[in-house]
Design a binder for this molecule. Structure first.
Ligand code: SF4
Length: 447
């Protein structure tokens, strides 16, 4: 099936569409316009904009009008969490709405909290009436909807039943798809995201299988969420996206980086450009006690090196055991990148954990802190702790839920400062960045 986002169709053999998301406060119209325009000029097919409140809905309208006046008629996507009234209003303005089954409206309580025979027990009906107002408006205005399920914000009922597994992501998405179909709505895109590339790959593969079985094969948006930034973030993102695209899964991609949105577009275009030209060689495996995959690349820049190496890495037959990677890129001036690539790729693929695991959200309209500087400082200070996972998140709306199973977290709060978490527990509040970093390091060394 295909979906249509404004004039841009996706799925059913259309080119892979590329998108990003504005990282500005949507009420700052000038800054949001600038990010959208830079992303469109870099090649984005459409842009997503966070809608945390009604003021942002009004600004969305202004942004759309001003973009058109500047000659940019690309579709816009409104990103909604929690508040159905923002979705219904935005659906009259944006060409697509993204909703998250983990937080759209008020679901039924988890199975474990229900008493047999007491109160409403039919979530199907509850969901039908919860979604109907939005679907009615989307039908009227020709607006598409993305069902954007995220491992960090699964519906409680599905967590209760399946735990934090690909099955939970898949089944909660299927439930929404079924309800959309009951409501006669088909202009739908699905996404299932996780911060671990291998989890995201498994979820999307399982979802494709379930969509085939249920005869609801809708276009899929793919990406690794909270991938981080720079070399490491690109490796995680590319591993998830390339693995799926090479197996024919994925109709639109987002490279989520904690960087300006146009950087995401530039890297995403390099991925799709590379895949149309190269099938990727298969690495030679040296059959030692610890078999080594030798990846040779003629790449001349770090992005190409990542993409080429991953395109080769995923060609390793599944019955071959690999315990290490040796990357050789003679055209690269910086030999250290080859070693970094091998290390981060092994870690992203879950084959050899040799460093701290960082997850950081890409930032959006809800962000309350300067993520770019914070992430760089945290990575610089706290690398080298294998087995420890640190999350850096931009807001308290989704940050605590989406910091996944991190051991520690720094999350921007509504005062523009940071709360420090140990696991799911807040241990310090209202810290400035440097104080937060010191407190986090101190907490880690206490263990
Ligand atoms: S966690 Fe980050 S990307 Fe997610 S809603 Fe909050 S600020 Fe936006």
């Amino acid at each position: 099936m295909e979906a249509r986002v404004g004039d841009v169709a996706l799925g059913s053999g259309h080119p892979i569409r590329i998108q990003s998301m504005a990282k500005t406060d949507t009420r700052d119209v000038r800054a949001t316009l600038d990010q959208c325009i830079r992303s469109f000029e870099a090649g984005a097919d459409y842009m997503r904009i966070g809608i945390p409140d009604m003021a942002s809905v009004h600004c969305l309208k202004i942004i759309r009008t001003q973009l058109a006046a500047a000659g940019f008629h690309h579709p816009l996507v409104a990103d909604i969490h929690y508040k159905p009234e923002l979705a219904t209003e935005s659906a009259r303005i944006a060409q697509k709405i993204r909703i998250n089954p983990g937080n759209y409206g008020t679901p039924m309580p988890p199975f474990s909290l229900r008493k047999t025979g007491q109160g409403p027990v039919d979530e199907d009906e509850n969901l039908f009436y919860r979604l109907k107002p939005l679907i009615d408006i989307c039908k009227e205005y020709g607006t598409a909807i993305r069902i954007g399920t995220n491992a960090g914000s699964l519906p409680a009922r599905y967590l209760d039943r399946y735990g934090k597994t690909p099955t939970a992501l898949v089944e909660s998405s299927i439930e929404y798809l079924r309800t959309f179909e009951r409501l006669g709505f088909h202009n739908t895109v699905v996404s299932l995201k996780a911060s671990k590339p291998m989890d995201m790959i498994a979820s999307c593969r399982m979802m494709t299988q379930r969509m085939l079985e249920t005869n609801m094969l809708y276009p899929m948006h793919i990406g690794v969420t909270e991938a981080g930034f720079s070399f490491r973030g690109r490796i995680k993102s590319a591993l998830g996206i390339i693995s799926l695209l090479k197996s024919g899964i994925g109709d639109t991609i987002r490279v989520s980086l904690s960087e300006p949105p146009e950087n995401e577009i530039v890297f995403a275009k390099k991925i799709t450009g590379h895949l149309t030209k190269h099938g990727g060689k298969t690495p030679v495996i040296m059959p030692n006690d610890d078999p080594v995959a030798i990846i040779r690349s003629e790449a001349t820049d770090p992005d190409e090196l990542i993409i080429d190496a991953i395109t080769q890495f995923i060609n390793i037959p599944s019955d071959k055991v690999v315990r290490n990677i040796l990357a050789e890129a003679p055209m690269m001036k910086d030999g250290a990148l080859e070693r970094q690539l091998a290390r981060h790729l092994m870690q992203a693929a879950g084959l050899n954990v040799s460093d701290t695991e960082f997850v950081s959200c890409p930032a959006c309209a809800r962000t309350t802190v300067d993520m770019n500087n914070l992430i760089k400082k945290v990575e610089k200070r706290l690398s080298g702790h294998p087995g420890i996972k640190i999350a850096i998140m931009g807001c308290m709306v989704n940050g605590p839920g989406e910091m996944a199973d991190a051991d520690y977290g720094l999350i921007g709060n509504r005062h523009g400062s940071l709360n420090l978490y140990k696991g799911k527990k807040i241990v310090r509040t209202n810290l400035e960045p440097d104080a937060a970093l010191n407190a986090l390091e101190h907490l880690m060394t206490q263990q």
